[in-house]
Design a protein around this ligand. Sequence first.
Ligand code: BGC
Length: 255
Amino acid sequence: MRVLGIDIGGTGIKGAPVDTASGKLLAARKRIKTPQPATPQAVARTVREIARHFDWSGPIGCALPAVVKDGRLCTAANIASGWLGVNAVALLQKQTGCKVSVINDADAAGYAEMHFGAGRNREGLVIMVTLGTGIGTALFINGHLVPNSELGHLTLRGRDAETWAAESVREKKNLSWKKWARRVDAYLRLLHNYFWPDLFIIGGGVSRKWRKFLPQLKLITPIVPAKLRNEAGIIGAALAYDHERRRARQRRSLG
Ligand code: BGC
């Protein structure tokens, strides 16, 4: 199936058509700067622009940095507050005229990694952690997603963990790799103590620099860098559309 995958982030909105059977991009991705303020209407217009760029009238899978339930945004930690409560599926369908699905961005990246990347054929509990503006998490049990986990907001050192250990904090505070690695280590240790996962996959833009910080982590849980890097959100958003459509079909056939 061909689905236009679109990853909506705080700084950029990126999209490309994806072959969901192989996870391959069918064209070079298009990136447009996220409009500021990133209101629902402004972002929806950018999504339409990306669809037009590919002359797209087929299905679209979008990833957004928020909890998404039945197409509606339930949180807005790293996205304009105007998104709270908005039915993103209805809004984006109206703007683009295409069928749309919406999923949390970390869940999307996790989907992509579990299907085509570092989590392929991995059983047990796999936790994908995306380190970027915030911290996103995706939980997979024997390959099945437990959606909207939001573990980036666990309390660490008396504060919201993502405000202490996200990649954006390293950049803003100009932390050395060593210092930041210690923070990431403390964060993963927290996850480890509560979940005892079988594998951590570290994603987000910084994962391409994994050599600078992953070897410094002292955890006993195996940790691997994401393989799909920048494309995970796009691929995963497209996969999620496919997945949702199949589930809807199953529900219909069960009556
Ligand atoms: C949001 C999550 C998102 C993560 C990464 C967090 O602040 O609450 O929904 O997955 O950032 O973008």
